[in-house]
Design a protein around this ligand. Sequence first.
Ligand code: GDP
Ligand code: CA
Length: 324
Amino acid sequence: MAMTKSEPVAVICGGVGAARLLRGFVGRIDAEHLTAIANVGDDMVLHGLNISPDLDTIVYTLADAVSAERGWGLEGETWQAMEMIGAYGAVSGEPLDWFSLGDRDLGTHLFRTGALAQGSTLDQVTAQIAAKWELPLSILPVTNDPIRTMVTLAEGDEAGTEISFQEYFVGRQHSVAVSSVRFDGAASAQAGPGVLEAIDAATTIVVAPSNPAVSIDPVLAVPGVRERLEARRGDVVGVSPIIGGKALKGPADRLLVELGRESSATAVAEWYRDVVGTLVIDTVDADQAPAIEALGVRAVVTDTIMSSPAITSALAETILAERV
Ligand code: GDP
Ligand code: CA
């Protein structure tokens, strides 16, 4: 493993799936050579606070502080602030407690909001948060500019209505059908400091097993990112978030179908074929390898459900072994 330690790796990240995979790279790649490039399309302002769910999921997971049962937020949280704000009822008809924020987690949001208000950039705040938790990698928001993932509802009275990602994901518990997804602000966003440089420097670029439509695509939508991956496609290794036709959590499987694809590892290969030269798929999907290779994407079959440190570690090793 010594030979891989100082080879730079950049990981394109959503939240939970990406955070889990990053655990496999930590310790295998030196801190100064491991860069997570994270989605900010889920970010929002709530109660006046700047909240960055995917950045925080990555930080809390790598800090071993994430709630195991929720997969987001901190272990051992208390919810007193939530109860207090809930007790105030609603503002403009909107309940105040629809999005859960634990008491200690609120400390992170207060810190981020205060620092941004005083002129820090999101990447600077994120670096300070990562330093507090002593994380052995760089975590870079893909951009310091606001990007907002917006989904258009497909059915009923609400067909054609556009809502924010968090209203969809948390507010509606992703149980409503979607007809399209848009990344507001992405076209005019500038890649954050170090983002394009980390991609250029990486000998392997990894597309984490995150939701292709709402976690990875907003990262690719920031000018320069998709273009670089396309140009380096042979060095890009993706991991399918779809296993046996299903997402392990969240709406990735349904979104693929609603957006006109099928829910399969092959559909993921099709989604990413311009940016990913190799796709790691799960052992249960081994029979799809020929269809994926027919798309011009190399298929690597292994266990991809990161249910133990040993499996996560082996998956990271397999990805690194793909470097040419
Ligand atoms: P979010 O931003 O927190 O919703 O998280 P992501 O977009 O990173 O992740 C949701 C996706 O990650 C789902 O489609 C899951 O199937 C996938 N995922 C989560 N854990 C794993 C895992 O252990 N292995 C694989 N292959 N995919 C995973
Ligand atoms: Ca997310």
